[in-house]
Write a new protein. Structure first.
Lengths: 311, 438
């Protein structure tokens, strides 16, 4: 043994799981609802998904090449962002909406703040809200070949009744990836089984939303009304795939419950009292802004330490 | 069946099957033996021999340099060749006594032993102190200091740390299987010091045969129980072990004795047995020589001071060139860059790996996934602390309980971004502790 061996600090072994694995699992988990969206809204949905994903990934690639940074597109995080954004778009939007959204999500929300892990808002949702504000007409036009007329939540808001059974299956109008509660839950179960996400945020989000809606929604705990709210709009997609985004949710366990409850409250307020029928996207990005505060007040106490003791 | 455990921890690949069924083999040293004067926590030992002196096996060659210190004994007979700085596993140069082995193993005459019942508490502790017994699990804290608590009657539990939670290590396992009586007798010696204490043999449930054997051997012992621990790293970390077995919690600023506990590792307890019952000083220990690069992974009874190269040779040499060599286990051991190092009192294993998982994977950005928080047995926030450490935010680091880290390595192990969390936190702790000493 002539040459010297490598040394490093402990530990000398590492678990196999990488960031790329996690992001790839999320992509796989989003496939059921993506494929259903394409089936539901036709090939145009597929093209829009492709455009949005490509523009997200290309934005990251070009930015990193221009800025002479390490290229990180192989971690799949830009794919997840692009896919989530596409699933949040109505099928009727023109192709350039996908491009603008992808560029905004990656360039403005993610890369300018320092890249993966540094963004304080969910890039896909921030881009969706940016598009909603900038191109309100286009972004809220749900007319397409498959369906005409409003989304179930808008119908519900106007006081008419909706078919909850169809909403659970996804046979209704909405953005590409939000309509099928069943398909979203299938993907979510996959992620929960893999240990990528847990029920802390989605569970407390959905439960608190139901509680607020039942207590203060004006319709009481009406099963049909509550079921329609759960199956309708972006709640399921938001709760399982966007509120659980590691980067923009609190890291502490207590904080995750608190965050979930906050999202439930905000979604309730926006949906019931707001001008629009939808509120999940705004609820989550406002929740994102409060994450540093939530983490600060819910910091865990070290093993064996009691609160109030110094050092 | 109920298993004692704690919150957090990880399950790395165990690797124990490589050496677990290999009986302990005695290995006689061939070349020079090196005894670093600092192989324990506390003041370095002070040499009592000079270059050229002839020493016998069992002769004291260095005496304790203070209360928190431990003497060192020659494990062979021979001549003192030099007293000079030698490299140790941490990479430091430490003043060491070098003895040229004459191969005769001439031993000193050990003092007459007394029955345990006739010994006073002070006599028992004096025997342990004189024998140079230290915590042999890795920390090397002098055992007599641990046992010299202010109120011995307030100690409720004497815990034998038989967890051996580090992957690959099987030396404690072999000791328990082959010499359970020494362990139990050693525990009884410790119990003799604490009139109100119960003895707990805490074993992880990947060693069911040990649990069964120890239960059978202690069936008539009123004061000793065997506790089954969930197999999880770091089940053998002192504070986690105390919690798992007694549900008592202490932070890093407290000692086990503050909650009525005393914890000793398997090899240390056997050393206590040898010190008090046989009046023999600490001269040997069990070392696991293992890893994918070793021809015949096995457990050896090694004379302290033996060169690591001899241990590798005794294990049949390398099957393939190791990429990384670790003194100790893969989670908390020290990476060593060469093998010309002596076996010390705290060297539990020599692990030769054929791949280096650390340098294979490039660290990337933290995605805030929270796996490090979940794995952290100290319930602190490794991701945040590592960032504070990298930015030298000392005050904030301390305010966020950074000093509570036990450096177990769980956070780095689980991190999907492959960040060197433990390393950053460890260096910051070292800096702060260094400043506090000044």
């Amino acid at each position: 043994m002539s040459e010297l061996k490598k040394v490093s600090s402990n530990p000398h072994v590492r678990a196999r799981l990488t960031t790329g694995h996690i992001m790839f699992a999320v992509v796989i988990a989003l496939l059921p609802t993506s494929i259903y969206g394409i089936y539901n809204f036709g090939p145009k949905a597929a093209i829009l998904i492709l455009i949005t994903v490509l523009s997200s990934v290309m934005t990251e690639l070009i930015y990193e090449i221009v800025m002479k940074k390490k290229v990180t597109i192989s971690d799949f995080s830009a794919v997840v962002t692009g896919l989530l954004l596409a699933l949040n778009l109505p099928v009727s939007v023109p192709w350039w909406i996908g491009v603008i959204g992808g560029v905004f999500a990656i360039l403005v929300v993610k890369m300018l703040f320092g890249g993966l892990g540094q963004n304080f808002m969910n890039p896909a949702l921030a881009a969706r809200c940016f598009l909603l504000i900038s191109f309100t007409g286009i972004m809220t036009n749900f007319d397409c070949d498959a369906y005409t007329g409003a989304t179930p939540l808008a119908i519900l808001k106007s006081g008419e009744s909706v078919n909850v059974y169809n909403m659970v299956l996804g046979r209704c109008n909405g953005t590409i990836g939000e309509t099928s509660m069943a398909m979203i839950v299938v993907g979510a179960i996959f992620l929960i089984v893999l240990g990528v996400i847990d029920l802390r945020v989605p569970g407390s989000y959905i439960v608190s939303f139901v509680m607020f809606l039942g207590l203060f929604g004006g319709q009481g705990f009406d099963t049909h009304y509550i079921a329609a709210h759960l199956a309708g709009g972006g709640l399921m997609l938001g709760a399982f795939f966007m509120a659980t985004d590691y980067v923009t949710r609190p890291i502490t366990v207590k904080g995750q419950y608190l965050y979930g409850i906050l999202l439930g409250f905000l979604t309730f307020v926006f949906r019931v009292f707001g001008p629009s029928a939808e509120g999940v996207s705004y609820a989550i990005i406002i929740g994102n802004l409060l994450v540093p505060l939530i983490e600060k007040v819910t910091r865990p106490r070290a093993f064996g330490k009691k609160w109030g003791t110094k050092k | 069946m109920a298993r004692a455990t704690f919150k957090g921890g990880v399950h790395p690949y165990e690797g124990k099957e490589l050496s677990k069924d290999k009986p302990i083999k005695d290995v006689l040293p061939q070349g020079d033996l090196v005894y670093p004067l600092s192989q324990h926590i506390g003041a370095p030992a002070v040499p009592v021999v000079q270059k050229g002196d002839r020493v016998l096996r069992g002769q004291k060659i260095a005496e304790a340099g203070g209360f928190v210190s431990a003497p060192i004994y020659a494990s062979v007979s021979g001549n003192v060749k030099a007293i000079e700085p030698r490299r140790v596993v941490t990479g430091d140069m430490v003043m060491s006594i070098v003895i040229e082995n004459d191969g005769m193993y001439e031993e000193v005459v050990y003092p007459e032993s007394k029955p345990l019942e006739e010994m006073t508490r002070e006599e028992i502790i004096e025997c342990i102190k004189e024998a140079g017994v230290v915590g042999m699990g890795g920390a090397g804290f002098p055992t007599h200091v641990k046992l010299s608590v202010k109120n011995p009657e307030k100690i409720d539990y004497v815990i034998a740390n038989c967890a051996e939670c580090e992957p690959y290590l099987t030396s404690d396992y072999r000791r328990m299987i082959e010499e359970p009586d020494k362990l139990i007798e050693g525990l009884k010696v410790s119990l003799a010091l604490f009139p109100n204490a119960k003895g707990i043999l805490a074993v992880e449930d990947n060693k069911e045969d040990c649990i069964a054997l120890l239960k059978e051997k202690t069936i008539n012992e009123q004061r000793i129980v065997v506790t089954r621990l969930k197999t999880k790293y770091p089940q053998g970390a002192e504070r986690q072990l105390i919690y798992a077995t007694t549900k008592r919690k202490i932070d890093s600023t407290k000692l086990p004795a503050d909650v009525g506990c005393v914890v000793n590792n398997v090899d240390s307890i056997v050393a206590i047995y040898n010190a008090v019952i046989n009046r023999k000083p600490l001269m040997e220990r069990i070392v696991t020589i293992t890893g994918e690069a070793i021809n015949h992974p096995q457990n050896m009874r090694v004379h302290i001071g033996t060169n690591y190269k001899e241990l590798i040779d005794a294990a049949g040499g390398f099957k393939e060139e190791p990429v990384k060599i670790i003194s100790g286990g893969p989670m908390m051991g020290f990476g060593v860059f060469e093998l010309d190092l002596p076996t010390t009192k705290t060297a539990s294993a020599l692990l030769c790996l054929t791949k280096d998982e650390v340098s294979e994977m490039e660290p990337s950005a933290c995605i805030n996934c929270g796996r490090c928080l979940e794995a952290c047995p100290g319930n602190i926030m490794p991701n945040k602390l590592a960032t504070l450490a990298i930015n030298h935010k000392e005050e904030e680091f301390v305010a966020n309980d950074g000093m509570e880290c036990c450096e177990c390595g769980c956070c780095s192990y689980v991190c999907p971004a492959k960040r060197h969390l433990t390393q950053s936190i460890k260096s910051m702790r070292k800096t702060i502790l260094g400043k506090r000493k000044k």
